[in-house]
Design a binder for this molecule. Structure first.
Ligand SMILES: Cc1ncc(COP(=O)(O)O)c(C=O)c1O
Length: 406
């Protein structure tokens, strides 16, 4: 299969949940898994559910599965040779764990730049470092467009900046931040960057090497996998921190030093199986970096017309405010949020739900961003998010409902 011969029916057939009647347009909340992932997790639990690290055969196999999952995710993120991947229960947990580690090394007066566009998972943990004497500087959004520009970041950097933390894509706006430029600006003043890649990772190939980031996290359950989180860290960034694991786990035993209590073993089996789905998309038998890049290129090609159709529809509506970029295309992902001039987001969302269309409304944990954009957070926005397995028919069904309700 190439990027021009994508067969949507064949893709959808790999996801058992897509055979159901519900139109799933809440993928920024969580994606479906291909059957191969669900089967691998089931088989792991059924046949090989023993503890890691012992010397009998089954235990050795389980140890290998968990190691393989770390290796595969590192390939997914393009982190080979420059760092390691920590696996944990969620991005929120991993972010908090990282901030707790930094709490031991930040000095009073160190500045931490936090993005106003962030999901709270990557905001609140850093604000806690104020207790250690850190000074928070905000990377503000444009109150009209919601954009976070690299110039806006440069304006709050100084020689005191120790850390810069921001989302690669806002989970509300869908706009892709120039992560390489933001990272270069932060590095120019000697700061490390922590990037929340959760809203980017389902749509495009991650590339921590090309971007030069120090830390980059995403949620595996939004990228066609089990409910876990993954955090890449560069070798030199890990070396500055003491991981939370027990005293007898050596400081340089990375990633294990940062995996207190380990990670989901059956989830690791699912992560390994995801490689074969990406191979199917890429038309390649082996799982390697080329497979990842080609698989995500296929995804992007498929998503684009759907994204353009819905963005154009929403933007053209006289009583609707599209929040985020007002055009489809390569600079955004297929996460589209909007508000109506007189109807509540809840009303609109419920109207779609009544037709078995899975969307939702609210602040999506980007609470501070809503406030900055003048949006009442509880009612928030209506958010529609699709991924490569959604069909043109899914979008048309939604538009039919929106035509009626808006
Ligand atoms: C942009 C973004 N960051 C972080 C998170 C938190 O991820 P998790 O549910 O894995 O803790 C989410 C979850 O929706 C998100 O959308």
């Amino acid at each position: 299969m190439t990027t021009t011969t994508i067969d949507l029916a064949a893709i959808r057939a790999r996801f058992p949940a897509l055979a159901g009647p519900t139109v799933l347009l809440e993928n920024a909340g969580g994606s479906q898994v291909p059957e191969v992932v669900a089967d691998a997790m089931h088989a792991y639990l059924r046949d090989t559910y023993v503890q890691l690290g012992a010397d009998y055969g089954l235990s050795k196999r389980c140890t290998e599965v968990v190691q393989q999952a770390h290796d595969d995710v590192r390939v997914l993120m393009n982190g080979e040779g420059i760092g390691e991947v920590v696996l944990g229960p969620s991005s929120s947990q991993l972010c908090r764990m990282l901030a707790d580690c930094y709490a031991e090394v930040v000095q009073p007066g160190d500045e931490i730049v936090v993005a106003e566009s962030g999901h709270e998972a990557n905001v609140g943990p850093w604000l806690r470092l104020e207790k250690q004497g850190a000074v928070i500087r905000w990377w503000r959004v444009d109150a009209e467009t919601g954009s976070s520009t690299v110039d806006g970041l440069r304006a709050v950097l100084s020689e005191k900046t120790r850390l810069v933390t921001f989302p690669h894509v806002s989970n509300l706006l869908g706009e892709i931040v120039d992560v390489a430029a933001a990272t270069a600006a932060a590095h120019a003043v000697g700061a490390r960057v922590v990037v929340d890649g959760v809203a980017f990772a389902p749509h495009r190939a991650m590339d921590v090497k090309a971007w030069g980031v120090d830390w980059y996290g995403y949620s595996t359950y939004k990228v066609y996998g089990p409910h876990m989180g993954a955090l890449f860290g560069r070798t030199d960034a890990f070396a500055e921190l003491e991981g939370p694991n027990h005293f007898f786990v050596s400081r340089d035993d990375v990633p294990y030093k940062f995996e207190l209590g380990g990670c989901s073993h059956e989830g690791c089996a699912g992560l390994v199986a995801l490689g074969s789905y990406l191979g199917f998309l890429a038309g390649r038998a082996s799982y390697d970096r080329r497979t990842v890049e080609e698989a995500f290129a296929v995804m992007a090609v498929h998503e684009r017309p759907l994204q353009e159709r819905l963005v154009a529809y929403v933007d053209a509506h006289p009583r609707v405010r599209l929040v985020g970029p007002r055009h489809g295309g390569a600079e955004r992902v297929s996460t589209i949020s909007f508000l109506h001039a007189s109807k509540t987001s809840r009303e609109i969302s419920l109207a779609a739900n009544a037709q078995d269309i899975g969307i939702r409304h609210g602040h999506m944990y980007a609470h501070r961003l809503c406030t900055a954009l003048g949006i009442e957070p509880e009612d928030g926005v209506v958010r529609v998010s699709f991924v490569h397995y959604n069909s043109p028919a899914d979008v048309e069904r939604l538009i039919e409902v929106l035509d009626a309700v808006l």
